[in-house]
Design a protein around this ligand. Sequence first.
Ligand code: AMP
Length: 191
Amino acid sequence: MLNIVIFGAPGSGKGTQSDKIIAEYGVAHISTGDVLRNEIKNETELGKIAKACIDEGKLVSDELIINMLAKVLDGYGKDIKGVIFDGFPRTIPQAQALDQLLAERGEKVSTVIGLEVDDAELVKRIILRGQTSGRSDDNEETAKKRLETYHGQTQPLREFYIQQGKYARIEGVGSIDRIYGDIKAAIDAVK
Ligand code: AMP
């Protein structure tokens, strides 16, 4: 199976590029952000907790996220070509949990696509996206908090995956097609 982690700060293009990867490689998509927004829409207990975190630009607890991810993964069964993990893992414990969940299924992370974009560009993109996304966290104030969270808690994962030899650095500024071309080359190298 092709198990791809798409990694990068908020606004780095993970969602846009995930759509292209799914169309080409036929992998299933797990976006923890989308799952949480759905929980909020359905006004579940998890949704209530998630909303408070999302609006503050903070992360939902590892325990809740890992349980949620395990359920979504189980829901896909065994007959899938692979999975693209979008917005997960965001902490070292989440990455360790992912390794364990995949190992239990005889699988492992195939590659980590790291979209690298500078902070000023990220804030600009998030504000622009906020004009159409309807997301309560796509505004300048929350974007800055989300970036702080990213640098503090998520960026250490870059080193974690570099050490495992799994990190494919992708320049995340430029045309969508050029960026996708680089991603495709990285995926084909491990296929
Ligand atoms: P995203 O759509 O990936 O930008 O996620 C939106 C928000 O959902 C984040 O700012 C977090 O509050 C929460 N979230 C999404 N994925 C995770 C995760 N893996 N761990 C913790 N919180 C998450």
